[in-house]
Every structure is written in structure tokens, then in C-alpha cells.
Design a protein around this ligand. Structure first.
Ligand SMILES: C[S@@+](CC[C@H](N)C(=O)[O-])C[C@H]1O[C@@H](n2cnc3c(N)ncnc32)[C@H](O)[C@@H]1O
Length: 170
């Protein structure tokens, strides 16, 4: 199945290194997980969570080869309840995931606690309800609220709507 353009762009934006430890929040059907796994080497891994057991079941099925090899770890758990112990991630990303809009301080606190030194958070959103430029500003405000500095704001013209990515660093 061909991945939609927004996911292809998102994974290009992540510039996955084969040895990256990546965390995706709100992975839905697991399309991005598949694209990340194609770029990871034997030492790299993606952990993907979603609060919906149904979505995780679909994502597991889609990525069964990667789950079996240990390259993808999928868990049905909400961001606010996830227990990641001492794990640190090089890149944390989310695409259209409500807590980053509705409770950014709380969501980004969890991200900060598990970001590796020099790690980055990538918050992607479809500009469906507002202009890409407004969306970029409002997402940036949220990252700042969560204690991140803004590294870059990217806009990608896509059909039917553009997508925005705000990259934050601690
Ligand atoms: C709009 S969908 C986006 C799914 C996928 N990222 C995409 O772009 O197609 C939002 C997803 O985030 C999940 N989600 C929402 N709030 C969450 C939370 N607090 N913790 C983990 N997952 C959450 C939902 O279950 C849903 O699968």
C-alpha cells in the first residue's frame, strides 16, 4: 500500500539515522512506523504508542515483520500514562495528535523527560482549519509553553491541505 504524501514528507523531515531511537505518539494505523522501519538499521528502533487498542492492533498487523524483528515496539497506552523508565529518544514525533494542541505543557513534559541530549521533537499537523502560517505560529507557541526552543517551522504544500511541522529542542 502506498503511504500518503504527508507521511512520506514527515519521515523525510525526521532525517532518520539508521541507529536512531525514535518515539511516535498517536501512531494510528502505523503508516509512519513502516516508513521509519525501512530506514532503520540493526541498532535502530521505533517505539510507537496510541491510546486506542484498536489502532495499535491495526498498526501491529501492518508492521508485523518489524514487530517480530524487534525494530518496532507498539503499545496501547496514552501519552499521559506511558512508562518509559530511563529510555531516551533521539527523535519524538506526532502527527495530528490532540494532546499537543489541547494540553501542550503536560504532553511536552513527558517528551522532555525522555529526549536524548541533542534530541528533537517534531510536531506535525494538517492545516485543515487555519492557514499554514497561523498553524505554525500556534504550534510554536505551544512548544515554547512546553519549555522547548523552536528550531524550525516547516510548511509543505500537499493535497488536499498543506502540512506544518514545528521542530523543537530543549
Ligand atoms: C487524528 S489521529 C492521527 C493518527 C496518525 N498520527 C495520523 O496522522 O494518521 C490521532 C491519534 O492519536 C491518538 N491519541 C489521541 N490522544 C492520545 C493520547 N493522549 N495518547 C496517545 N495517543 C493519543 C488517537 O487514538 C489517534 O489514533
Amino acid at each position: 500500500m502506498k503511504a500518503s504524501e504527508r507521511f512520506v514528507w514527515a519521515i523525510e523531515t525526521l532525517e532518520v539515522d539508521p541507529s536512531d531511537e525514535i518515539l511516535e505518539i498517536g501512531c494510528g494505523h502505523g503508516v509512519a512506523v513502516s516508513l521509519v522501519c525501512e530506514r532503520l538499521g540493526p541498532r535502530g528502533r521505533i517505539t510507537a504508542i496510541d491510546r486506542s487498542e484498536k489502532m495499535i492492533a491495526v498498526a501491529r498487523q501492518r508492521n508485523r515483520v518489524h514487530v517480530e524483528s524487534g525494530r518496532a515496539v507498539l503499545a496501547a497506552v496514552a501519552l499521559e500514562d506511558v512508562e518509559l523508565g530511563k529510555r531516551r529518544f533521539d527523535k519524538v514525533f506526532a502527527f495530528n495528535v490532540a494532546p499537543f494542541w489541547l494540553m501542550p505543557k503536560e504532553a511536552l513534559q513527558v517528551v522532555r523527560a525522555h529526549l536524548a541530549p541533542r534530541g528533537a521533537v517534531y510536531v506535525f499537523w494538517d492545516a485543515r482549519r487555519q492557514s499554514a502560517s497561523d498553524l505554525g505560529s500556534r504550534l510554536s507557541e505551544r512548544l515554547l509553553l512546553g519549555g522547548f526552543s523552536i528550531d524550525r517551522v516547516l510548511v509543505k504544500k500537499l493535497k488536499p491541505v498543506p502540512a506544518v511541522c514545528v521542530i523543537g529542542r530543549v
